[in-house]
Design a protein around this ligand. Structure first.
Ligand SMILES: [Ca+2]
Ligand SMILES: [Ca+2]
Ligand SMILES: [Ca+2]
Ligand SMILES: [Ca+2]
Length: 441
């Protein structure tokens, strides 16, 4: 769901001696004060160095997707930059480190990396010295696994930037403080592939190198990750939430935590309980849905219905769950009606609980919410509380519609019609607006 940030071009005439004083003088350009980094200015600097034969390289994953990544390398509050490009041969990638010095951008290091693709670049403090280390993941044409290097900046050293390629390979990685010692750690995720086992490995910085402290088994049926993030799981637990796609296309959620009492990395939903509950055909990922800082894990089901109802007309429900890290059970924090066809979630107010159901009319793009009750074993729909109807912008004529417009997202107009029955479960248009959340699928 994240959009790639587009950017620009470069090539550096490689000085075999590295970053010389000559190149610094010839290739400086004014940089803006403080952290208002300007990638266009970095590009101008790079243009000065290039002859035109180059291909920009964009990190494919992670939170920094630009070919020019702005970051304050030396912690002086002026933004510096790292730019990626490959030369004509395509066998190497240049990582060009640019620093803002005395209001000029200057090249401080051009590091040649044996790689064809950049996986990601992350900044985190692995050794708890309050200065960021740079994690760079990349792959070579000879392997589908990514390789990882750690770069460090030291203004008193020569070279200023040092690269340490680690012996570890991975499919994806997540950074964060898993063992609660105030330093960032790296969780490497390997998906099953031939002779590679599906597992997560926790790496911590010890002395001058990364060491594996523990590993945990992952579901070997996961063929790709839809989302892998570090976040708060419960009041005192942080970990990685992995939304994976199985070989059948279903989504599932695994949570990888470090249990310091053992001490060991664990994957409790997969190992102990609840994992099958998270299996879903909807492409929806874990997120902090109710904004209480705890990551919520979706469990998908159909709204209340009878067995012989047409399944295509029954709206879907998502229960958002927190993982209890004492019992490893899932507890619902919030429920919502999910209309994937029209791209929205409708948070269910507490009072609806088990007293409402919803039906979806695909042809007319109408989601109708009803009160309901059981007569014996038969579910009976009662009052229609509200209908949400989506229109394509060009088909919507405000004056001719009995529906009230309450939101526009892109080319879609969302409208509602309150049911005529006087029911305590009814909601107003304003309440609907506050419960409505468009989703990008
Ligand atoms: Ca700086
Ligand atoms: Ca550090
Ligand atoms: Ca740590
Ligand atoms: Ca939450």
């Amino acid at each position: 769901m994240k959009k790639l940030t587009a950017l620009l071009c470069l090539v550096l005439i490689l000085l075999l001696s590295g970053c010389s004083a000559l190149s610094l003088n010839e290739s400086s350009i004014m940089c803006p004060p403080k952290a208002t980094g300007n990638k266009a200015d970095i590009q101008k600097l790079i243009d000065k160095q290039t002859s035109g034969d180059y291909v920009l390289k964009y990190p494919k994953n992670g939170s920094n997707r630009s070919s020019i990544v702005m970051h304050d390398l030396d912690h002086d509050d002026d933004e510096d930059a790292i730019a990626f490009y490959s030369d004509k041969s395509g066998e190497h990638i240049h990582a060009l480190f640019v620093e803002c010095k005395n209001s000029d951008y200057v090249i401080i290091e051009d590091v040649l990396i044996e790689a064809t693709t950049i996986d990601r670049i992350e900044f985190c403090d692995l050794n708890a010295d309050s200065k960021c280390e740079i994690i760079l993941g990349y792959s070579r044409s000879t392997s589908s696994q990514n390789v990882m290097s750690i770069f460090t900046y030291n203004k008193d050293a020569s070279p200023v930037i040092t690269q340490n390629e680690t012996p570890y390979t991975y499919s994806s990685l997540v950074t964060g403080d898993f063992d609660k010692d105030k330093s960032d750690d790296i969780l490497l995720i390997s998906l099953y592939s031939g002779d590679i086992a599906a597992r997560a490995q926790l790496l911590v910085f010890s002395g001058t190198e990364l060491v594996e402290v523990s590993s945990a088994e992952l579901d070997s049926d996961i063929t790709q990750l839809a989302s892998a993030t570090y976040g708060q799981i419960s009041d005192d637990s942080y970990g990685a939430i992995l939304d994976g796609v199985s070989s059948t296309g279903d989504y599932t959620t695994q949570v990888v935590l470090f249990d310091s009492s053992r001490p060991a990395l664990i994957n409790p939903l997969f190992s102990y309980s609840g994992y099958s509950l998270t299996r879903r055909s909807t492409q929806i990922c874990s997120t902090d849905y109710n904004k209480d800082n705890l990551i919520d894990i979706p469990i998908c089901s159909l709204m209340l219905h009878n067995e012989d109802d047409d399944v295509n007309t029954i709206a879907r429900r998502i229960d958002w769950n927190n993982l209890d890290t004492d019992t490893y059970t899932l507890n619902t924090s919030q429920s919502a009606i999910f209309c994937s066809a029209d791209g929205y979630l409708l948070t269910m107010p507490q009072k609806w609980s088990e007293s409402v159901t919803a039906r979806y009319d695909k042809t007319n793009r109408e989601l109708s919410i009803y009160t309901c009750e059981y007569s014996g074993s038969k579910l009976v729909l009662k009052d229609k509380l509200i209908t949400v109807k989506a229109y394509f912008d060009e088909n919507y004529e405000k004056s001719s519609s009995e529906y009230t417009e309450f939101m526009r997202v892109g080319a879609t107009v969302y409208t509602y019609l309150i049911g005529s029955a006087d029911n305590y479960l009814s909601i107003t248009g304003d309440e609907l607006s506050s419960l409505f959340m468009p989703v990008n699928l």
